[in-house]
Write a protein that binds this ligand. Structure first.
Ligand SMILES: [Mg+2]
Length: 221
């Protein structure tokens, strides 16, 4: 007797990924002022503005190019960010999305396993591009714990909803962990010890992007 696989878990398809990317843009528009204020304390005060420019390019790309597969969507998002954003966040998030897109090239649906694979690829790509490690007070401090949480959820067979909630909690913890850190990458390095006491703006925007994953995945299109 053949085995019939009944999907019991919501999985993520290309339409859901498009909706996710749109939610990232919405989160940027909602929080741009806060991100720019955080960057004013540590860097050059343009993180929110840079991401606004980047996600407006992403929206335009989605409207005009209509990439159809998960891999193509993520790669095109990355390219749009790399080519439109002037600050460091464009190349860094660009590398993350491009690497995730490359890892997704043969995937037409994402369960927790696949999502964990993409998150790992994104985190590794960003770390390579930025030459950053945990504790450097960067985007990576929020992204890496989220990738770890997804990997753990894949390993223990957690349902998607639980995996996404854990990833969000891990990203929030990682974001908060940047507050007492002394920056070892980026413009904030110039501040030395005075970079303590401020959240890294990139870790905050990364938390917003991870949290956007956890919005309804099957219905929100
Ligand atoms: Mg900046």
């Amino acid at each position: 007797m053949g085995t019939i696989t009944v999907p019991t878990e919501p999985t993520i398809d290309a339409l859901t990924v498009r909706a996710y990317v749109r939610r990232c843009g919405a989160a940027v528009r909602r929080h741009a002022d806060m991100l720019t204020r955080l960057d004013a304390a540590l860097g050059d005060g343009d993180h929110g503005d840079n991401l606004l420019i980047g996600f407006s390019a992403v929206d335009e790309m989605l409207d005009t190019e209509e990439p159809a597969t998960i891999g193509a969507i993520l790669s095109s998002v990355g390219m749009a960010l790399v080519t439109s954003v002037g600050g460091a966040s464009g190349p860094l998030y660009g590398a993350a999305f491009i690497e995730a897109g490359f890892a997704a090239r043969a995937m037409d649906r994402l369960g927790v396993d696949e999502l964990a694979t993409l998150a790992r690829a994104a985190a590794d790509g960003l770390a390579r591009r930025g030459r950053c490690r945990i504790g450097d007070k960067t985007i990576f401090d929020a992204l890496a714990p989220a990738a770890d949480a997804l990997a753990q959820s894949a390993a223990d067979g957690s349902p998607m909803s639980v995996a996404l909630r854990r990833a969000t909690v891990a990203a929030r913890g990682g974001m908060q962990s940047t507050r007492p850190l002394v920056a070892r990458r980026g413009l904030a390095m110039r501040l030395g010890d005075r970079s303590r006491g401020h959240l890294d703006p990139g870790a905050v925007s990364c938390f917003l992007f991870i949290r956007a994953l956890a919005a309804p995945t099957a219905v929100d299109r």
